[in-house]
Design a binder for this molecule. Structure first.
Ligand SMILES: [Zn+2]
Ligand SMILES: [Zn+2]
Length: 360
């Protein structure tokens, strides 16, 4: 089978022929139908984000069909449609019991199966994988697949696995934005547009979109933004203070820039919160005035939308079918797996919101 493999930080990712082992106890083999290309994938290529193991099969957003199941798999069978999830949840640790599977204490994401092994090989070389969606097939623990109805369009639903849950989940599950509150969203890529979509679903009164690309600000308005700011043309903080009369209730940083986190923090009012959604560079530090924390300003992280995938992915699909959650508008193109480097180009030059990789 063909897979996109990361070896070292490099602007070009090779697509190579590798082999997979059959799924073992509690595991499933998934034939990928579609996989979304996320900016977080590109972070590995620049060294912004360093994997704990390499080489590894890239990709963390995708959907497909169960091809084979290992011993003791009860929840899915061959032929079932599934959306893949990054969260491998044990279901038994205190965080899983408390409904926080993204923070599972037993199975942190390690670019390997929960036992530290891998099911992919290139000759004798072990190839690691987290979700491994940039691949014709992937093997994951059963708890990383979410069974979806047969009428689910996988080429659209695949983006629920990262872009949608990370963005909408940050608003609904983490910030818990309430009707009539005010929000600002720094960065309007695939995840940022879903933060905007989440703020819209929550009934935020003002949703201020901030991005250097006018084309992305246009998309932001289509997803529900009420105001836009292009920092290359306007002073962001002055304009936010003007629109909101003193700062927003919630500022979301969706780029992964330490400077932008600090800027977002300065955009909130007393009692407001800044939510970090983007992936910051490894070992980076931020500087904020500690006194601001005393006046109830909060700085909080949100990983993978604080998802409970087996619940959240399904209500998101229902909202899509009823027209309340937008997926089609977020997909700007389809490319076969071997064009993965073109898909990254589309992302970097601002042309793409989400490019979906397809498989034969
Ligand atoms: Zn992602
Ligand atoms: Zn757990």
């Amino acid at each position: 089978m063909k897979s996109a493999i990361f070896y070292n930080p490099d602007p070009i990712i090779p697509v190579e022929e590798i082999e997979f082992l059959p799924p073992q106890k509690g595991e499933v083999l998934v034939k990928l139908s579609a996989a979304g290309v996320c900016h977080s994938d590109h972070h590995f290529m620049t060294g912004h984000f360093i994997p704990t193991r390499a080489p590894f099969v890239m990709g963390h957003e995708g959907a497909g069909i169960i091809s084979e199941i290992g011993q003791d798999v009860k929840g899915v069978k061959p032929g079932d449609k599934v959306i893949l999830s990054m969260d491998s949840m044990c279901g038994k640790c205190m965080n899983c019991i408390l409904g926080k599977p993204t923070m599972c204490l037993t199975y942190p994401r390690t670019f390997a199966m929960p036992d530290g092994s891998t099911r992919f090989r290139k000759g004798k070389q072990e190839i690691y994988h987290m979700v491994g969606t940039f691949s014709e097939y992937t093997v994951v623990p059963e708890d990383q697949v979410i069974l979806v109805p047969d009428n689910t369009p996988l080429d659209k639903a695949c983006i629920i696995g990262c872009a949608v849950i990370t963005g909408v989940g940050a608003v609904i599950n983490r910030a818990k934005v309430k009707v009539g509150e005010t929000t600002a969203v720094f960065g309007c890529g695939g995840v940022g547009l879903n933060v905007i979509q989440g703020c819209n679903l929550a009934g935020a009164k003002q949703i201020i979109a901030i991005d250097n690309f006018d084309s992305k600000l246009k998309s932001a308005c289509e997803m529900g933004a009420t105001h836009t700011i292009n920092p290359t043309k306007e002073n962001v903080i002055e304009k936010i203070m003007d629109i909101t009369s003193g700062g927003v209730d919630y500022a979301f940083e969706v780029v992964g820039s330490t400077k932008l986190i600090e800027l977002a923090f300065s955009a909130i009012k007393r009692g407001g919160s800044t939510i970090i959604v983007g992936v910051p560079p490894v070992k980076s530090k931020i500087s904020i005035d500690a006194m601001d924390l005393l006046v109830d300003k909060a700085l909080i992280g949100s990983f993978h939308g604080n998802a409970n995938p087996k619940f959240d992915f399904l209500w998101m699909l229902d909202l899509y079918h009823s027209g309340k959650l937008k997926l089609d508008q977020l997909i700007t193109g389809y490319r076969p797996l071997h064009e993965i480097n073109h898909a990254f180009d589309d992302l970097l030059n601002g042309k793409a919101i989400r490019t979906i990789l397809t498989f034969d």
